[in-house]
Design a protein around this ligand. Structure first.
Ligand code: UD2
Ligand code: MN
Length: 314
């Protein structure tokens, strides 16, 4: 009889929860469309991947609302830093004029310019929320190749200065020009830009270092996107780890007398295969001027290398 009673209770309990579940289901299905905000069409794009297999967003023009992101960003009271180098060659005018106008417009940004020739910098009128800080650097004899020293220098300055001054830090090539706004949609813990070569038939020209002797080596069959070293960033803590790992890899390679295929870019890619970026920027965010732009790019190339800058000393 006891067993029978218990079974009866179970049946009643079971029926109760089924009814409750049914009511809930009806309620939810009736209200579902009302509880979800409706997004206006520009938030969707069918022609490009917008999510990686590790569920990081890939930012393309037309996939986000800058107003929503700006409002969220402002609440966090953040300062973003940008590091850039002008050693031996000088391209700063176009870069800073365009960055001043388009880079995180309306938000505080510290631009850190590493240069071996501070007195050559012309007076630049920056927006009130933007600061230009010039940091003298010597052409370091330990790093005969200019761009391979970047990781080492950034790492040292994160430790000594940037960690106290900014929340997020981005590294951007100075021989480039912004042609459209770059906003807070780039802000995340670890952010990398898919190389523009990826969208062209010549994508094989930019590929990983495969030789096992290099610390930048990525074994055959491994890897996901190929990222450019011209534009990457993230939180100061993540950038500290990234620049330390890359600089150690570059140093180890140099001691062995080996140079990775695309120098610091190979080491960056090696790091990012192991430590997946939390956000990817589409090649719209850095377009190589030597490549013609495919129609998939919505904006006319947000950022691009200034074409042949070799003799351009502005
Ligand atoms: C010269 C150089 O670094 N090339 C790197 C860069 O090519 P890139 O074609 O992107 O080289 P780049 O000429 O844009 O140089 C990269 C950045 O280094 C700085 N800079 C460069 C030259 C110079 O004399 N003074 C100076 O300050 C400057 O900030 C410049 O924006 O990407 C390649 C992969 O795609 C490789 O990783 C190369 O190592
Ligand atoms: Mn470049």
């Amino acid at each position: 009889e006891l067993v029978y009673k218990i079974q009866g209770q179970t049946i009643i309990l079971g029926a109760c929860s089924t009814i409750r579940w049914l009511i809930k289901f009806l309620f939810v299905s009736m209200n579902f469309t009302q509880t979800l905000p409706s997004f206006s069409p520009p938030c969707r794009r069918q022609d490009v991947p917008v999510l990686t297999p590790w569920l990081a967003p890939i930012v393309w023009e037309g996939t986000f609302s800058r107003d929503i992101l700006n409002a969220q960003y402002v609440q966090r009271n953040l300062v973003t830093g940008v590091v850039t180098f002008a050693v031996e060659k000088y391209w700063f005018v176009i870069y800073f004029l365009s960055a001043n106008q388009y880079f995180l417009a309306g938000h505080p940004v510290n631009f850190y310019l590493f240069t071996d020739n501070p007195e050559k910098i012309p007076p630049l009128q920056m927006a009130p929320e933007k600061r230009l800080l010039v940091i003298p650097v010597q052409n370091d004899p330990r790093w005969p190749d200019i761009s391979t020293s970047h990781m080492d220098i950034i790492n040292a300055y994160i430790h000594s200065h940037f960690q106290h001054e900014v929340d997020y830090l981005y590294s951007i090539d100075i021989n480039s020009q912004l042609l459209a706004p770059i906003g807070v949609e780039i802000i995340d813990a670890l952010v990398a830009t898919i190389s523009s070569w990826h969208l062209t038939p010549w994508y094989r020209n930019k590929s990983y270092e495969r030789r096992p002797a290099s610390r930048a080596a990525i074994p055959e069959g491994h890897g996901d996107f190929y990222y450019t070293a011209s534009f990457y960033g993230g939180s100061v803590a993540e950038l500290y780890k990234l620049t330390r790992a890359c600089s150690e890899g570059l140093r180890a390679d140099r001691e062995k007398g080996i140079e990775a295929r695309w120098h610091e870019e190979s080491h960056l890619n090696r790091y990012l295969v192991q430590h997946k970026p939390t956000r990817l920027l589409s090649p719209e965010y850095y377009w190589d001027a030597e490549l013609s732009a495919p129609p998939i790019l919505r904006t006319s190339q947000i950022y691009k290398d200034v074409y042949d800058t070799q003799n351009d000393s502005v």
